[in-house]
Write a protein that binds this ligand. Structure first.
Ligand SMILES: C[S@@+](CC[C@H](N)C(=O)[O-])C[C@H]1O[C@@H](n2cnc3c(N)ncnc32)[C@H](O)[C@@H]1O
Length: 285
């Protein structure tokens, strides 16, 4: 235990686990115990409380919405990077033409493309979608093309909206991909306005009701469900499948599988699924 950190008894750890599971669906494993102590200690200290137990009592009895949000923000895992699991972006860029042929006519008559990055963290995933699709299909600039990027963690969304990252984020990217970023020469990289403008960042708890109607032509929900237990994963993937347009794609993380949420979609590639309405109708019959 570092100086300034609070002790975490089994009882306190179980209380933390129960709260984050009830609120966010996140199942904290014993391996996360050290992380829980270091992250919550800062919040406990800032409130001038003597123990993690007292902090949890405070959240339950008198905590503000902002303090409840700080608790969630402290316990999420936000690891991400540009072009993570790159075959997904290549697949989508290849299939955008086909998606648009099936696209619903928009009011203004422009082809419409809707993508959702669910659990977008600091924004690298939705910006990679925007950068790679705009590079592969420059005419998308004239289309009704929007990416909804959501996360339960409001602190990552604030960073994502800025569209500014350290230059080290470019490590490992090809020269062609590096060229897609603005590089002002001050140690940062910036997302060009054309890509920033198509992405809208919004707070959303995937365990709660979803305010948007959809449907989406593609949904990315990658490396989010790994923190959930099997029944929660199955329910989430089933709901996501129901938000897809016919023929739309669902992309999940490399170590994830749909489990019981596989109705209505069929596998079409490594961790890629396509909405097949006939399957959904058969499952519902
Ligand atoms: C490891 S990051 C994955 C980021 C990105 N999708 C990727 O694959 O690189 C997981 C994200 O899921 C978010 N998350 C966890 N539980 C959530 C929930 N119940 N609702 C919405 N987002 C959640 C976390 O805040 C975190 O930013």
């Amino acid at each position: 235990m570092d100086a300034g950190e609070f002790a975490l008894s089994d009882r306190e750890f179980n209380r933390v686990k129960a709260r984050v599971y009830a609120e966010a669906g996140i199942s904290l494993s014993a391996a996360k115990r050290t992380l829980v102590v270091s992250r919550l200690s800062k919040l406990v200290r800032a409130l001038g409380l003597p123990t993690i137990d007292a902090y949890l009592d405070h959240l339950e009895r008198a905590g503000s919405a902002a303090q409840a949000q700080d608790f969630i923000n402290a316990l999420t895992t936000n690891l991400t990077r540009f072009w993570r699991e790159e075959h997904h972006f290549e697949h989508l860029a290849t299939h955008v033409g086909g998606l648009l042929q099936r696209a619903r006519p928009a009011a203004a008559g422009r082809p419409r493309l809707r993508i959702w990055s669910a659990g977008c963290s600091t924004g690298q995933e939705p910006y990679t979608i925007a950068l790679s699709l705009l590079a592969a299909h420059p005419d998308l600039r004239r289309w009704d093309f929007r990416i909804l990027a959501t996360d339960i963690d409001t602190s990552v969304l604030a960073r994502a909206a800025g569209g500014i990252y350290p230059e080290s984020e470019l490590n490992g990217l090809s020269a062609g991909r590096v060229r897609l970023f603005e590089r002002p020469g001050d140690g940062t990289i910036r997302i060009p306005a054309a890509a920033r403008e198509v992405v809208a960042f919004k707070p959303l708890n995937l365990m709660a009701a979803w305010p948007m109607k959809g449907p989406f032509d593609a949904i990315f929900c990658r490396n989010v469900a790994i923190y959930f237990d099997k029944p929660t994963q199955g329910a989430l993937f089933g709901r996501l499948g129901g938000m897809l347009a016919p023929g739309g794609f669902l992309y999940i993380g490399h170590s994830e599988n749909l489990g019981t949420g596989s109705t209505g979609v069929r596998p079409v590639g490594k961790t890629i699924y396509q909405s097949a309405p006939a399957l959904r109708a058969r499952a519902a019959a």
